[in-house]
Design a binder for this molecule. Structure first.
Ligand SMILES: Cc1cc2nc3c(=O)[nH]c(=O)nc-3n(C[C@H](O)[C@H](O)[C@H](O)COP(=O)(O)OP(=O)(O)OC[C@H]3O[C@@H](n4cnc5c(N)ncnc54)[C@H](O)[C@@H]3O)c2cc1C
Length: 296
């Protein structure tokens, strides 16, 4: 967590915040400022202030899908980590944007609610999960969304039903609109806690076995191209273990690019370009990055 200063409204902020400390890739220089609203109303105030003053900003959850620039970010990071109210009532879960997906999944387990076991191993925030429509093992978060409360550029809060949020593969209304997820209501069904726990453990075990969790990364570097698996195309191109500087195509799972020490964003970009071009030459398939680039 950043050392908090306080602006006139009491909303914590800090100067010179190192992106390498806020991204799972452990890459990225300093951002000029970071601000940390603590609830949806404060998020609205922050967005209204930033837009009125034409300030450049970027919403950052747990930074688990981000490749930040080595020189950092000239603008304001809006961190959601302070927004972490989480509760359950009946078959519904209320979570503010900064809650980790693991904490939402753990609450579902405690409440005997099934369906969210797949969230347990995804290292992002629920806000980032809604933005990306995070998914794994045949499930996607969008399926469980009853409604999302979000802020527009003017800081005005809206509540929209999940059915109107255009969820599809790694896409939602938020990937297009600039709307900021503030909180979400998820609807689950009641289940057997023993079975829910077993499923969580099974999925976590499959992750540990297949994914290079021992190294910093941003998860799958590429989206799944229609009809293919990115990891298999990369492996079949002979690129498993290929590296640029400290950025490596994982030997354990070729769909992951890992940071084996001091990889720079430049290393990762060059590796992504190389992989994309070799896979295209061999198979005629264009890989699209899943990781999102935060430029200086
Ligand atoms: C080891 C590992 C395994 C992974 N496995 C999976 C997996 O199985 N399935 C999967 O889908 N993903 C996976 N990921 C990727 C990542 O965890 C997800 O994409 C996650 O949804 C990103 O959440 P975040 O909070 O980290 O978002 P960030 O990385 O902080 O941000 C990602 C994007 O979301 C935007 N954003 C974040 N919060 C908000 C908000 N509140 N409102 C609006 N926009 C917002 C950001 O501006 C950015 O554009 C994995 C990553 C790692 C490192």
């Amino acid at each position: 967590m950043i050392a908090p200063f306080c602006d006139a409204r009491g909303i914590p902020y800090a100067r010179q915040v190192l992106l390498a400390e806020h991204t799972t890739f452990r890459i990225g220089g300093p951002a000029d400022f970071a601000v940390m609203p603590r609830n949806p109303e404060e998020m609205g105030q922050v967005l209204s202030f930033l837009n009125r003053n034409n300030m450049r900003y970027f919403i950052l959850g747990k930074g688990s899908d981000i490749l930040a620039h080595d020189k950092g970010y000239r603008g304001v990071l809006v961190l959601t980590e302070g927004m972490k109210a989480l509760s359950a009532e009946g078959d519904r879960i209320y979570a503010e944007a900064g809650c980790s997906m693991a904490s939402v999944s753990n609450l579902a387990l405690r409440e005997g609610l099934q369906g969210l076991e797949f969230l347990h191993g995804i290292p992002g925030s629920i806000g980032g999960g809604i933005f990306m429509n995070a998914g794994a093992y045949g499930s996607e978060i969008g399926t469980f969304v009853e409604s999302v409360t979000w802020a527009d550029r003017n800081g005005v809060l809206h509540t929209t039903p999940g059915s109107e949020l255009s969820f599809s593969y790694r896409h939602s209304f938020f990937t297009e609109s600039g709307g900021v997820v503030c909180s979400v209501v998820l609807r689950c069904s009641h289940g057997n806690p023993v079975e829910i726990k077993e499923k969580m453990q099974d999925l976590d075990g499959r992750r540990r076995e297949k994914q290079p969790l021992e190294y910093p990364s941003a998860g799958s570097a590429f989206k799944r191209p229609e009809g293919y698996f990115a990891g298999k195309l990369i492996e079949d191109s002979g690129l498993k273990g290929f590296s640029v500087g400290d950025a490596w195509v994982s030997e354990k799972h070729a769909g992951f690019i890992v940071n084996k020490g001091n990889a720079t964003s430049e290393d990762v970009h060059r590796l992504i370009d190389h992989v994309t071009s070799v896979v295209y030459q061999k198979f005629g398939v264009t890989l699209e990055p899943e990781v999102r680039f935060l430029d200086e």
